[in-house]
Design a protein around this ligand. Sequence first.
Ligand code: NAG
Ligand code: NAG
Ligand code: NAG
Length: 830
Amino acid sequence: MRIFSGAALAFGFFLSVSANIAPRSYDTHEYFALHLDESTSPSDVAQVLGARHEGQIGELKGHHTFSLPRERSSNLDSLLDDLKSRRRLRRRSGAGAASLARRDDGLDGVLWSQKLAAKKRLHKRSPPPVELSKKSGTYKINLEALKAQEEIADLLGIKDPIFTSQWHIYNTVQVGNDLNVTGVWMDGITGKNVTTAIVDDGLDMYSNDLKPNYYPEGSYDFNEKSPEPRPRLYDDNHGTRCSGEVAAARNDVCGVGLAYDSKISGIRILSKAIDDADEAAAVNYAYDHNDIYSCSWGPPDDGQTMDAPGILIKRAMVAGVQQGRDGKGSIFVFAAGNGAASDDNCNFDGYTNSIYSITVGAIDRENKRTPYSESCSAQLVVAYSSGSGDAIHTTDVGADKCYSLHGGTSAAGPLAAGTMALALSVRPDLTWRDAQYLMVETAIPVHEDDGSWQVTKNGRKFSHDWGFGRIDAYALVQKAKTWDLVKPQAWFNSPWLRVQHEIPQGDQGLASSYEVTEAMAKKANLERLEHVTVTMNVNHTRRGDLSAELHSPSGVVSYLSTARRPDDAPVGYVDWTFMTVAHWGESAVGKWTVIVKDNKVNEYTGSFIDWRLNLWGEAIDASSQPLHPLPEEDDDDHTIEDAVAATTSVTQVPTQTKPLAPPTEATNRPVNQKPTQTTSSPETTSEVDTSPDTAADTTPSPSSTGTFLPSFFPTFGASKRTQVWIYASMGMIIVFCIGLGVYFQLQRRKRIRNNPRDDYEFEMIEDEDELHAAHGPSGRTQRRGGELYNAFAGESDEELFSDDDEKPLYTDRPGSHEESDRDYHQYEKS
Ligand SMILES: *[C@@H]1O[C@H](CO)[C@@H](O)[C@H](O)[C@H]1NC(C)=O
Ligand SMILES: *[C@@H]1O[C@H](CO)[C@@H](O)[C@H](O)[C@H]1NC(C)=O
Ligand SMILES: *[C@@H]1O[C@H](CO)[C@@H](O)[C@H](O)[C@H]1NC(C)=O
C-alpha cells in the first residue's frame, strides 16, 4: 500500500516536470546535464533513466538538466562514464562503423553528459575600514575644473549629492584623470535603450538611486531561484555598488552612473554555491534584453589557481556572442583580477582570458598602477578604481545609501560596461567584436615610457600592464558614431605541434615555431587578426617556475604567462589556452614562435610537450563565413602521436630576456622587458621527427558492451534475458521503482540498508567536485575545481586603497556605509 502511494506520488512528480528554472536540492538529489541531439526529447530520456527533467540549461538548445534522488543515484557515475565512452566511440567511428556505438536503448541521442556539482563560493571580503590618512586633505582642487564641473552639473540638471566626489566622472584634482564622459552626456547620450546586467551578489532594486533604472525582466536570482535578485546576505553589497557605477539615476540620491538613463539588471550568482548549469544560464539570462554582462568575479587571485569555466559556461558564452542581442552578441566585461601582489596574471583565469570577454584592469586617480591589478596579454583596457588614497564613489545597499570605498578591478569593470552602454545607445547595431575594436582604438596609453609598451601593427600601443590604455568614454562614443561594422569572425587553427623536449633552466628558453602561409590564411578566410590563442601542454614539477612567450611574425611579443611565486602545483600547463590581444591588426602570415622558459635553476624540471596556434580575426569574405561551432569538451583531446611536427623546429636559445623578478620584488614584472630578437635568428639544435603521424586507433574495444545498459535498477538476481524483459517493460518498471525510491526515502531513518528485502545498493555518493573531472585519453584532466569569488576579495585595504606613499583619505565608519558629501569637504581648496 505504501509502495503504491509512493508510486502514485512519483508519477505526479513526473507530470509536473517543468522547463522552468527549478530550485536545486543537492542534499537529497544528484544533478546531471545532458546534451541531446535534435531528435531526442528530454522527457523520453528522463523516462529511460527514471530521472526528472529539470529543464533546458538557459539558452543552450538541446542541453538539459536532470535529477535523481540520491537513493537511486548510486549508478549515476557509471551511467555517465558509459555515455561518455559511447560518444567517444561514435566520434572515432567512421560513418560505416557508427552503428557500433548504437544500442537503440533511447540514449543514442545523448551527445554529451556531465555530473553537476554546486561549487562552494568563496567568502567575499568587503574591504576593511580604511584608516584616515595623515595626509588627508592634501588634494588641491583645481578651481577652474571645479567651476567647469558645476556648470556641467547645472546644464545637465545633475543634483546628485555625491556627484562632486565622483572623481572618476569629473576629476577636479588630477584634472583629466577621469572617464571623460561629461561631453558624451552634453551630446544627449546617456545610455537610453541599453541594459547592463550586473552578474554578482544581487542588486538593491529598492535603492532610490537604482529604482528608476531597474529592469526586472533582465533580472534573476540564481542563488534563491527567485525573480528578484535582492541582496539578502549581510555582505551582498558588491553587485549594488557595481550597478551604481553603471546606471545610478540622475536624481537626488548619491551620484550618477556613467549611463544614467540606461537600464540595469541584476543576476545573482555569487551568494551561494552554484553549479555549471545555473552559471551557464546566468551568463545568457534574458540575452535579448540584457546587452552587456558585467562580471566582477572569477577564480581566486591567489597566484596559484589556474582555472577556467566549465564547458557548459564556455558554450554559454559562445552562444551569448552568437545569439544574444538578436545575434549581434552579448558583450561580456570581466574584471582582470586583484592578484598582482601574489604574482597572479589574468591569463591564468579562463574568464578573463576568453576572447569573448573585455578584460579590464585598474588604474588609480593619479594614473598610477594599483598594487592589485593583474597584468596579462589578454587585458584589453584599464579603467579607474581605488588607489592613491581614494576609491570609487557609488550607490550602496539601502534606500538612500552611498558608498565611497568601492575598489579593486571589481570597480573598474563596470566603468567599461557603462561606457559600452553609452556607445550602444547611439549604435545599437555594434557587434560584440565592434565593442572590442572600439576599446582598442580609443583607449589612451599612459606612462608610455615605462618600458611596458610595444607598438603594434595596427599603429597603436599595447602594454601587458595597461592593455591598450585607459578608457576615454568621449573618444569611444565619438568613434562608435561613425564606426563601420567589422565583417564576421574567421579563425585558423594550426595542427597540434609536437615539441617533446626538455626545457632548459635559467636564462634560456625552448622555442618552437610554426609558419602560417598566405594560402593557409586565405583558406581560413582570415584577413586581419584580433585575438590569438595558444593552447599548450607543458610537463613540469613546479608550474610557478614556468613562463611562456609568443613572438609574432612582425616581432610583437606576447607574454602569455609569467612565473608565479606561490604556484607550487606539480603540473605544468595542461591543455591550457592562453590568450593575447597584442597582435590585434597584424597579419596572420609568417612564423609564430612560442618560447617556454623554466625560470628557476632548481630541482623542478619539465618538458614542453606540444602546442597549437589559434588565430582569430576578421573574415576576408563575409558571405562565406560560418559561425564558429560551440566548443566541445574534447576539442583539445589528442595524443602526442596526433601532433604533427613537420613544420616545427625546436630551438634552444637564450632569449635575452632577463630572468624573472627576484622573489621579493612583487612589482617587477617580466612583461616590462623589451621584445627580444630570438625569433629572427634561431639556432636550430634539434630537428624533431617529421614522419607522418600514425593513424589514431579507430577501433577501441568497447569497455562496456557486456552490459545492456548501466541501470539504476536492480537485477533482482535475474538472468540477462529477464533483464531484457525488464527493459522492454521499462515504463512500468520506472514507475514502480520510483515508487520504491520514494518509499525508501520515507523510510530512510529505518536503516534501509539492512532491510532484507532490499536488493539495491544504497550507497550515498560523496559530493565531490572531482566527479565532473573529465579524463582525456592521454590522462589529462580538464577540470573546473575553482570557485566563484568576488574580485574584490582577498585584498587588504592597504593593497586596495593605498599606494606606496599615499594613504586613504576616508574612513569607513564601522557599521555604516553612509556617505554624504562630507568627503568632498575634506579636500582643501586652493
Ligand atoms: C574628452 O572629451 C572632450 C569633449 O568633452 C573632447 O573634446 C576631448 O577630445 C576628449 N578627450 C579625448 C582624449 O578624447
Ligand atoms: C529607443 O527605442 C525606441 C523604440 O525602439 C525608439 O523609438 C527610440 O528612438 C529609442 N531611443 C533612442 C535614444 O535610441
Ligand atoms: C610528464 O612527466 C611525467 C613525470 O615526470 C612523465 O612520467 C611523463 O612521461 C611526462 N609526459 C610527457 C608526455 O612527457
